[in-house]
Design a protein around this ligand. Sequence first.
Ligand code: HEM
Length: 420
Amino acid sequence: MADHPRHRLGSPLRFALDTAAFKRDPHPTFARMRDAGPMIPLKLPFIGRAWATTTYASTLALVKDNDLFVQESRHAGKSGVVGFTWWMPRSLKTLTNNMLLKDEPDHRRLRKLVDQAFMRRGVQEMRPRIDAMADALLDELESLDSVDLLNDFARRLPLDVICEVLGLPNQDRAVFAEWTKLITQINKPHDIIRALGAINRMIDYVRGQIEDCRRSPRPGLLGELVRAEADGDTLDEDERLSMVFLLLAAGFETTTHLIGGAVIALDQNPAQKAYLLADPAARMERAVEEIGRFWTPVQTTKPRYVAHDADFFGQPLRRGDVVVALLAAANADPAHFDAPETLRLDRFPNQHLVFSSGIHFCLGMQLARVETQSALSRLYARFPDLAIPPADQLDWITRFGIRGVKSLPAQLAPHLRRAA
Ligand code: HEM
């Protein structure tokens, strides 16, 4: 390992990870970060001072070590949740009672209750249904001159799928989509107030749905979570609510930006797009893995805490320090991926960290894969020549941690429009 200076968390290095330029092309920034060492101190929006990984090796080591890196602040001699402050309402803090923010044994107890529903086999069986949902959305868009592929397609498909998995009524999806939009699009301080209002309405709604399920059982995961209580599993009311929110939040914006990112990445790489469309049935699975690596829509894990003083990749970590694993930096590391800045849809093996690793690796990984494969197959089967603006004209999300755009204006069949 090359020798790097010993850094101090009190003297964070300056890298802009919340700009449109970085989201458009993160590689030059990641290269400079790697030069500073595999573990570097940063000052991050909302999170504050935190150590961040910059290489594949340090990222993997961080997410695998759940003795040294813990989710619950009390296991590192602290209190509260990173990013949450005293003024946030109790309703919001209730929602932090979820598996992602828990250490063992609570994490395992909560994950076990739902992991059956997200196993590979069951998810594969959902493929025809997901194809049909994608087709139905595209039917609505077909006759329009121009569409917003992000909000009208990439956002709606994962929401439709997760609502069906949970067993939430179809007719509630439009208002649900509106609330989730308010919650996930926080750019200015007053957006927080609107988001809090939407969260409270969603909490009331989910509570109501749980009550309905108790009175009259119905298919879906929500019903199973209610039945789990009858079977004597330990899941309190806050945990049940928090679980539903986690599944909605973790399963929805993430997949939206993988689908949106895929359309942008394929547009920027026409030869690769032609290769994929020449035989989508055979090439789609591997292609989605590579698009995932190349785009890495979730650029970072949630912050964790250092449980005890330790040296990690040459850096002196102190109990209570905050750390993040930069999955996007890992997926861009030339020590692990040959020409990482190049999209190669036949890349194999491809041990990317898009869905992280270790005990908190993505529960919905299989679902996200099938949704994205399905979305791209159905979209390009109908609109192989769809056109979008160049990357520098897109409206990028600058918020730290997510790589994606706020909207994706597209002409689905530009040659037909020209001919008309
Ligand atoms: C492209 C889509 C997706 C990406 C890139 C993604 C990425 C991730 C990542 C990186 C983590 C680890 C976070 C951390 O350790 O801080 C994670 C965890 C998680 N994801 Fe996903 N995810 C996606 C889709 C989904 C879907 C569709 C669902 C399910 C509905 C889902 C549910 C979860 C849950 C419940 C966790 C927490 C697991 C645990 O703590 O044990 N995700 N995801």
